[in-house]
Design a binder for this molecule. Sequence first.
Ligand code: G3P
Ligand code: MG
Length: 242
Amino acid sequence: MTAIWGHRGASAYAPENTLASFQQAIQLGVDGVELDVQRTADGHIVAIHDESVNRTSNGFGRVVDMTLDELRHLDFAHGFAGRRNVKIPTLQEVLELFRETTLTVNIELKNTIVLYPGMEDDVVRIVNEFGMLDRVIISSFNHYSLANLRGKIPPQHVGALTSDGLFEPWRYVSWLGAGAIHPHFAALQQPDYVWLCHEAGIKVHTWTVNKDEDAIALAAKGVDAIITNLPDRVARAVHGPR
Ligand code: G3P
Ligand code: MG
């Protein structure tokens, strides 16, 4: 059965990558969530998609240049009328929220523009401190970073993010040491893509699917998870009313 994961929490309904968004996702009955992480100047892993705070907060500047304390003074309510004083969460705060659930937590390392050397080790250490590796998947578009995880965590906890057009990605992903591929959903137009991944022992977690008809078609192809901004709506389309 296809799992439904909330993209950046339930980002259609609350400010993305905030505790409000993750709480909303839990309330909507998701099977898991995806979040993005960057690293602060003083070494904290925080949930935020962009390298800078410009789009999602009332501040200005790059995460890599700011301390956690400086980030905490910003409001990440961006564009959500009626919300104020929404704080950026640390990875620890996100994991604390999910610790009492059984949900999957997909942590996407945003380390392709700012490379944050050693970030993958920081994240693994934090996840292990919470004893949550069994239901965490660490993904990234930076496959050098994912290669650094070889031998440190089992492949089923590593997801290789890809856009479309990669030839026979199941071979590459297996060689890379990832147990899952996270393709943009357009890639799955290639015939037998999901089946061939499954034959190679690779799970398929696809993003970001917000239209009912796309979600229904992808579930019919057998994808293991759909990552969506609208987890309630997509779950209803794929699985019917709860
Ligand atoms: O992890 C899936 C998806 O979030 C990748 O793209 O830019 O939304 O982080 P982006
Ligand atoms: Mg992401």
